[in-house]
Design a protein around this ligand. Sequence first.
Ligand SMILES: Cc1cc2nc3c(=O)[nH]c(=O)nc-3n(C[C@H](O)[C@H](O)[C@H](O)COP(=O)(O)OP(=O)(O)OC[C@H]3O[C@@H](n4cnc5c(N)ncnc54)[C@H](O)[C@@H]3O)c2cc1C
Ligand code: SF4
Length: 329
Amino acid sequence: MIPFSYARAKSASDAVGLSQHAAQGKYLGGGTNLVDLMRESVEQPDALVDVTGLSSAIERRGDGVLLIGAAATNTALASHPLVREHFPMLTRAIVSGASGQIRNMATVGGNILQRTRCGYFYDDAARCNKRTSGAGCDAIDGFNRIHAVLGASPACVATHPSDMCVALAALDAVVHLEGPQGARTVRLVDLHRLPEGRPDIETELRPFELITAVEIRPLSAASRSTYRKVRDRASYAFALVSVAAALEVDADGCVQEVRLALGGVAHKPWRAWRAEEALRGQSASDTCFRIAAEAELADAVGLRDNAFKIELAKRTMVAVLSALAGVQA
Ligand SMILES: Cc1cc2nc3c(=O)[nH]c(=O)nc-3n(C[C@H](O)[C@H](O)[C@H](O)COP(=O)(O)OP(=O)(O)OC[C@H]3O[C@@H](n4cnc5c(N)ncnc54)[C@H](O)[C@@H]3O)c2cc1C
Ligand code: SF4
């Protein structure tokens, strides 16, 4: 048993102050990932600062921006009428993850910062650069079916497990932070890092920074959006590949606006910038969707067990875009 203290924060500044008093303090959301990691001794905080009492409001500001308190539960966000109406991909992404009970506990802040599901990361008998920098990586020559095909490095081939974050990446959500130096914002697509030589450094967060909220700006294409998750089982399975997509087609059948992000393929939610670029102004046809998917996956590298993800990602992108365009895939 490793002892730790517990305190419940009354405000964001209180939370930041409390975490600064500890050597290895962690913020506690629903605990659905952190507590598991503590049981496995992967995380060993000496203090938990419970942030579930902070803002969980989900409201539309005067400028149309949807502001989501970081303590909102995954269930509250997925079922909110504004989200269901204007950002259906976000609802679909959240409800495709975990189980109803876990989504009732899990918070938006905790979902964003949940850690990889690489089995070697959870196994303290395995070598893992994410757990111990410089230790090596047993996944590269091991069982790597669920691992990354884009943006990986010789140090780490893990993927980011969140479904919600894939939709937030496609929607270009902005994350609000509060830390000892004050408040700031970071685009979600810039928050998570690729592994490079330091997979143990997973985000651009500064020491003690707390996620306080997430904002999503209005996007007309998002009302025609969806999320498709391909996985080994119908429930309780993380994405092998997932696609969040929004598509707006003009009267001539050309792509006016498109947003695309992939899950299950990289160390971070993967915004498909190349595919978006390849599609804008092109005809909303299967041929153009395939060209865009090829462009996005052009640099993908498969390992022994996961090379199938490259073709799977392409086909899922085409299928999702075709469905949104009303074209028979
Ligand atoms: C059986 C099972 C199946 C699952 N399946 C899926 C799935 O299919 N798809 C999916 O996306 N997820 C899945 N999950 C993961 C689940 O979504 C996450 O565990 C959950 O979203 C984490 O939220 P939480 O509030 O419980 O975070 P916690 O476990 O409390 O915290 C997670 C991390 O976030 C940090 N943190 C929490 N809040 C803040 C904050 N406000 N600011 C800064 N740091 C913070 C914590 O310190 C910790 O490092 C599954 C989980 C389980 C147990
Ligand atoms: S892939 Fe990353 S998380 Fe998994 S064992 Fe290698 S270094 Fe660790």
